[in-house]
Write a protein that binds this ligand. Structure first.
Ligand code: HOZ
Length: 429
């Protein structure tokens, strides 16, 4: 497989863009390759600048649940595009998308649109601090909530991929207000809340962690967070930027029946355009300016193109049976990969929640970031490269989930399992 054109573009990019990329994981450093440059994408396939084609399981890191260039989404964007691209003023599209979000996500009564997941979590934290009058927050090791200063502590995703302990540029005084605890450790969070609960503004959590690879919540974990935040008057924030409209129409909260005070969204609700949102209980959301005292603003917030893409995407997800069909495909992929792992006798574990999947090269059940770090990263890197050669495009990091879209069919899934079989057979030797 040739990568000549991608390699040339990367050389050019390195001269003028830090690391040659606009988001660190894309540089593919942890897997020891150079990024492929994408020319176009359709359905579940991406095509690169060297005319290679790949079955895509990155899906733009989650948003493309319908697959790429879905006609309903591209048509909605082009219709709105003709009326102008941004007004910095309210439009009816914002109301429509807000209504769709509120109808689907059980705990959201009011919602504010922003431009990215990072903006959503950063604003939700400020809201929680403003509402409670407290400064300290709790997050979990290996969870990634975007790159706002106070959240870059023991973070997953790119921070974990590059093994960065924290980030220079984040004042120690910010970090002092962030407690990071082990994911799924009910006893630990109970102990900390029993000692410091009255100082805790919020607990923020990925209800299904997707930024340390895929890690499902243990029985009782989310419930304990709900109980403890209720007990101590702290805000419970679910970061559903990845899981929202992904694991179910109502997100992870509807799947597990645990409802947060504030939910952060992004990815799917923008249908592939830049978007984020945070929403929750009316009495909390009314604390936001201009209704309340907590400030947050944005020139492009509620952008009409993003709203149109989001509305068109969510419209497709409302089809009865959408998630059953999607989950069937994801289940076939997970089962296929498990079988390959078993047959090849390679140390690896596969996990799945809805259409989010993970594969760790370890022999233990992964419950938290410490477990995730036992994965053999050299094996992952060899697996990643092998799969790319086989025409399968995976996230170039052990610490990211991968996604099945509605555009994958059973043939794509079976071809992916065969590819994994070839690669893992080869690695065994
Ligand atoms: N860190 C995000 C995924 N978990 C985005 C990665 C990217 O866009 O490069």
């Amino acid at each position: 497989m040739k990568h000549e054109n991608s390699n040339k573009l990367f050389e050019q990019a390195l001269e003028i863009i830090p690391g040659g990329v606009n988001s660190p994981v894309r540089a593919c450093r942890s897997v020891g390759t150079e990024p492929i440059f994408i020319k176009r994408a359709e359905g579940c396939m991406v095509y690169d600048e060297d005319d290679n084609r790949f079955i895509d399981y990155i899906g733009s890191w989650g948003p493309m649940i319908l697959g790429h260039s879905h006609p309903a989404v591209t048509e909605a964007i082009s219709t709105v595009l003709k009326r102008g691209t941004s007004f910095g003023a309210p439009t009816d599209l914002e109301i429509k998308l807000a209504e769709m979000v509120i109808d689907a996500v059980p705990s959201i009564e009011m919602v504010r649109m922003v431009n990215s997941g990072t903006e959503a979590t950063m604003s939700a934290i400020r809201l929680a601090r403003g509402f409670t009058g407290r400064d300290t927050i709790i997050k979990f090791d290996g969870c990634y909530h975007g790159h706002a200063d106070s959240l870059l502590v023991a973070a997953g995703s790119g921070v974990a991929t590059l093994s960065i302990p924290g980030s220079p540029g984040v004042p120690q005084s910010f970090v002092d207000h962030t407690l990071s605890l082990p994911y799924n450790d009910v006893e630990c969070v109970r102990e900390v809340m029993d000692k410091q609960g009255e100082k805790i503004a919020c607990i923020i959590v990925e209800p299904v962690a997707g930024n340390m690879g895929l890690v499902a919540p243990a029985d009782g974990f989310l419930e304990t967070l709900r109980d403890l935040t209720d007990q101590y008057g702290s805000i419970l924030i679910f970061d559903e930027v990845m899981t929202g409209f992904r694991v179910a129409l109502g997100g992870a909260q509807s799947l597990y029946g645990i409802y947060p005070d504030v939910t952060c969204l992004g990815k799917i609700i923008g249908g592939g355009l830049p978007v984020g949102a945070y929403g929750g209980k009316r009495e909390i959301m009314e604390y936001m300016a201009p209704q309340g005292p907590v400030y947050q603003a944005g020139t492009l917030s509620g952008n009409p193109l993003a709203m149109a893409a989001g509305i068109a995407t969510l419209g497709q997800l409302e089809d009865p049976g959408f998630y059953d069909t999607l989950d069937e495909k994801a289940d076939r992929l997970a089962a296929g990969l498990e079988k390959v792992v078993e047959n090849t006798d390679i140390n690896a574990v596969v996990d799945r929640v809805g259409s989010m999947l993970g594969l760790f090269f370890t022999d233990i059940k992964v419950k938290n970031f410490e477990d995730a770090k036992t994965s053999d990263l050299e094996m992952f890197s060899a697996y990643y490269k092998g799969m790319l050669q086989e025409g399968v495009y995976l996230a170039p990091s052990q610490f990211e989930a991968f996604f099945v879209s509605a555009a994958h069919n059973m043939d794509h899934i079976d071809a992916t399992v065969r590819a994994a079989e070839n690669v893992l057979e080869g690695l065994k030797k």
